[in-house]
Write a protein that binds this ligand. Structure first.
Ligand code: GLY
Length: 396
């Protein structure tokens, strides 16, 4: 796609969504906002390729960029953003940078220290594979799946998420872990080996059984007894408290079960994705523009920090969920989220030279870490949602 048609489609998508959802974008104009985004996109090209550090987030007060090594769970997103920008714009400069950045997370395909091998490997090599059909990329994905499976305990029926806090947890499994299943499903498709898919299905079924409340909201962490598979604790690390509702966790759940439905067509997965989506979309604490507070039960609402990343994970998930259900409320809500973020309020000020698109995400509130600032995965899921909506609207 050339640049002109990209801008036209982006403009059309924003305009159509704004009208349909009744949102009044708080922006100068759609074109002006698109120009802001175009300016921001190009800043990703200016970030120097450095094999030791990837831009994860930015302290919005000091403007210092937090850079991370490949072992960080976010290490696949920068390459992923560049691949997605190439798909959106057709500009080969993004592809050239993406090719340089993709190997950054390669060694994580053999790192079994956490479940995040899925995020690290699939958001980089998985995106690369959508553009270039290379055996090398496939091999890294299958290797990563093999590594992820070493963390599966058949007694629990889940992949262990983390190895830290051993004095508190015996076998912690977090809702975010659903996102890593895409690596496993794809690895089975690539290799023909059903093992990875079987592990993914068992993990999803255990999550379905234990991670959700009656109202379809989910707990962040379930701690299991690794010898019996019994649930020891339902708790949190990144939410306000054990009984609260961490916004990004809900988004991971909707995305994770929608994606698992894509590969299995299990109606129970679709039902859970729809239940949790409804909880999110109809919550009394959701602001008018749809961008959630970081936790739906933070008592300081309406003064709590927002989380654009949760909104973008939801937008991407809801476009896919709409495709399976034809439920217009999902399409309208995702459109509303996309219209809301493409405004002056959320697009990172173009005077700030940094490889990020949006401000106002919240990483880890209980640790006072990355509060209300640009975080790379918000951009990743925005770009993914943009690709999905273009496909949906292009196919109508
Ligand atoms: N562990 C991924 C997240 O912070 O959402």
């Amino acid at each position: 796609m050339n640049k002109v048609s990209f801008i036209l489609i982006l403009g059309f998508a924003s305009l159509a969504t704004a009208c349909k959802s009744g949102v009044n974008p708080q922006t100068k104009s759609t074109t002006a906002t698109n120009n802001l985004l175009e300016t921001r996109y190009k800043m990703l090209l200016d970030y120097p390729v450095d094999s030791m550090s990837m831009p994860r987030s930015m302290n919005i007060k000091t403007l210092e960029i937090r850079k991370v090594p490949s072992r960080d769970w976010t290490s696949g997103f920068f390459a992923g953003n560049l691949w997605q920008l190439y798909r959106l714009t057709g500009d080969s400069k993004y592809k050239e940078q993406a090719q340089k950045w993709t190997p950054f997370s390669k060694k994580e395909s053999v790192n079994s220290n956490s479940h995040d091998v899925g995020f690290k490997v699939f958001c980089s090599f998985g995106e690369a594979l959508k553009v270039e059909n290379k055996k090398d990329y496939e091999a890294v994905i299958v290797k990563g799946a093999e590594t992820l499976c070493t963390r599966f305990n058949p007694k629990v029926g889940s992949i262990r998420s983390w190895d830290f806090n051993k004095e508190i947890w015996d076998y912690p499994v977090i809702i975010d872990n659903m996102m890593n299943l895409e690596l496993l499903f794809e690895a089975s498709k690539i290799s023909g080996n059903p093992k990875y898919r079987d592990v993914a299905v068992k993990h999803a079924n255990t999550t379905l059984k234990n991670q959700f409340r009656e109202d379809n909201s989910c707990y962040h962490v379930i701690d299991y007894n690794p010898n019996t598979g019994e649930v020891r604790k339902k708790t949190t690390l990144q939410g306000y408290n054990d009984d609260s509702v961490w916004a990004r966790g809900q988004a991971w759940a909707v995305y994770g079960f929608t994606m698992s439905y894509r590969y299995t067509k299990d109606p129970a997965y679709l039902k859970q994705a729809e239940g949790t989506a409804k909880f999110f979309m109809t919550n009394k604490n959701l602001p008018e523009d749809g961008i959630p507070y970081w936790d739906f039960k933070d008592p300081s609402i309406p003064n709590a920090a927002r989380d654009v990343s949760a909104a973008m994970v939801m937008a991407s998930a809801l476009y896919e969920l709409y495709g399976y259900t034809q439920n217009n409320s999902y399409l309208a809500f995702a459109d509303k989220l996309m219209a809301s973020v493409q405004t002056d309020k959320y697009v990172l000020d173009t005077k700030i030279k940094a490889p990020f698109l949006f401000d106002h995400s919240t990483g880890n509130w209980p640790k006072h870490d990355e509060i209300d600032e640009p975080i790379i995965y918000a951009d990743y899921y925005f770009l993914e949602a943009l690709i999905k909506v273009q496909r949906l609207k292009g196919s109508k």
